[in-house]
Design a protein around this ligand. Sequence first.
Ligand SMILES: [Zn+2]
Ligand SMILES: [Zn+2]
Length: 61
Amino acid sequence: MAEKPSEAEPKCQCPYCEEELQAVLAPFCSACGARIVYCQVCHVPVDKESGVCPECGRPAR
Ligand SMILES: [Zn+2]
Ligand SMILES: [Zn+2]
């Protein structure tokens, strides 16, 4: 399988309901109201259940 390099902007997706967030780095999901925690390094939403960033593996705080 060939992976295409993606030049698109990183999508901010709610880790709970998987809705795309309306605002980048929105503190809350507008769809389910869950509080979103972001990796301070990658600025991607961190799944609160795993507690680590899916990109770099750092624990969220
Ligand atoms: Zn949500
Ligand atoms: Zn990260």
